[in-house]
Design a protein around this ligand. Structure first.
Ligand code: ATP
Ligand code: MG
Length: 416
């Protein structure tokens, strides 16, 4: 059951998720965006119906394209009127919805309205404009609409699923005007997230974790060509151990204010690397690291490899009973480590390791700004779990490096 399900009585009575609270106060812009099934559409519909049942509101339900009323939120509003027991308060007509308090819901496609002066004029009396599927709205439509919604106290509500980073509503959400209410929200904040959608979500997490981040976690679509671990990693609920495995191995990366402190547990079976557990906390004080590490099974009984540049942290952890050893860095150690990671047939990440999965998706090579070409340099970001995994595998990485530079080979030859 998602965290938000344990909400207080007040919001439970009106059947709205907790994230909706800030949307109840007046604001010129109200923007809710995120992945599928987070309750954006139902919540906005409910909020509007509650307000329109009380006072005479003119509500414009807009989207970029509306060929027929079936494309609009007309049906959604009608369904919510019934679900909320407000049948007596509204009359649902073929093309609009009327409220007993004098409210009216209108439904329009912005592209068709844009060049129609008389239609635009009629929008000047609108109190609330709700733009649904905002990611498809063009800049031209937005630029025409915004100054048309000009009644004193009028509001513009936008709900959308992020698509491209350049989409006008996404840019508006990232750089909102002062006073705007903006909230990113995903499935885990919808207490009524349906089991059918959850099954779809889990399936996509296993089969296409890149697309998953876009569809379910509300991330923009991303070019995956630049991914450091492209084609190597997948998500699966692997067992904590397997017969004949090597490991488990533990690695930790130290962070504090800007970077998280991380710990990963992994093992090798065949030529596949399995990452079974993670610990991840931003702003974790050194004294709190033991509690963080204790969330990963076996962390007190196995060697943990970590960045040797922080001997004071290592010594604190040793005093606390952890077997931590420092791993040295050398020029090119990141690239060598990455090559070793890429030399596995596959890297399987358990679905509970949410941050490791996110980093697998985002850990990238630089991309040339002008040509879009992928460059050989790795961007120094989204690497805190991958650094931890590299440290965990440090002895193996060093051995494979010696093999690939021929040192081991030469020594073998001399012995022979
Ligand atoms: N207040 C509520 N009461 C009961 N069920 C709800 C409520 N809000 C959402 N749900 C359930 O959650 C489902 C998803 O909600 P909704 O369609 O609003 O999500 P969304 O964020 O608009 O999704 P999408 O991004 O796919 O459009 C609904 O179909 C409904 O089953
Ligand atoms: Mg929706």
């Amino acid at each position: 059951m998602p965290e938000a399900a344990r909400q207080d009585d007040a919001t439970a009575r009106v059947m709205l998720p907790r994230w909706v609270a800030p949307f109840m106060r007046p604001a010129r812009y109200k923007i809710a965006y995120g992945g599928r099934g987070s309750g954006k559409s139902v919540s906005f519909a409910r909020l509007l119906l509650m307000a329109a049942a009380e006072r005479p509101l003119r509500v414009l339900c807009a989207r970029e394209l509306q060929n027929s009323i079936a494309d609009s939120v007309h049906q959604l509003l009608a369904d919510q009127i019934r679900a909320m027991g407000l049948d007596g308060w509204f009359t649902v007509r073929e093309k609009d919805i009327l409220g007993r308090a004098g409210s009216r819901f209108l439904f329009k496609g912005l592209r068709g309205t844009r060049n129609d002066a008389s239609q635009l004029k009629s929008l000047e009396g609108v109190d609330i404009c709700w733009i649904e599927e905002g990611q498809t709205v063009s800049k031209a439509s937005l630029d025409t609409l915004v100054p048309t919604i000009r009644k004193p106290g009028s509001e513009i509500w936008i709900s959308f699923n992020p698509d491209q980073e350049t989409d006008p509503v996404y840019q508006l959400a990232l750089n909102p005007p002062e006073g705007a209410v903006v909230r990113k929200v995903n499935w885990d904040e919808n207490p009524w997230f349906p089991p059918e959608l959850d099954a779809e979500r889990r399936h996509m997490l296993r089969t296409d974790p890149d697309l998953y981040a876009h569809v379910w976690e509300g991330e923009c679509r991303q070019v995956t060509d630049a991914q450091v671990l492209r084609g190597k990693w997948r998500v699966a609920d692997c067992p904590d151990a397997m017969p004949d495995m090597d490991g488990p191995y533990y690695g930790a990366d130290f962070g504090f204010a800007r970077d998280p402190s991380t710990l990963n547990r992994c093992y090798i079976h065949g030529n596949t690397l399995y990452i079974t557990h993670e610990a991840h906390r931003l702003g974790c004080e050194v004294v709190d690291l033991p509690a963080l590490y204790d969330t990963v099974p076996g962390s007190r009984s196995h060697t943990i490899r970590a960045d040797s540049a922080r001997p004071e942290i290592i010594s604190h952890l040793r005093r606390e009973g952890f077997r931590v050893t420092g791993v040295d860095k050398w020029p090119g150690s990141v690239e060598t480590g990455v090559n070793v990671l890429r030399s596995f047939d596959a890297i399987v990440i358990h679905s509970r390791c949410r941050h490791t999965i996110e980093e697998a998706r985002r850990y990238s090579y630089k991309v040339d700004r002008l040509t879009g070409d992928v460059l050989p340099q790795i961007v120094d970001a989204w690497n805190h779990h991958w650094d931890a995994v590299r440290y965990a595998l440090a002895p193996l990485i060093r051995r494979r490096m010696r093999t690939s530079t021929g040192i081991v080979g030469r020594r073998r030859r001399t012995i022979a």
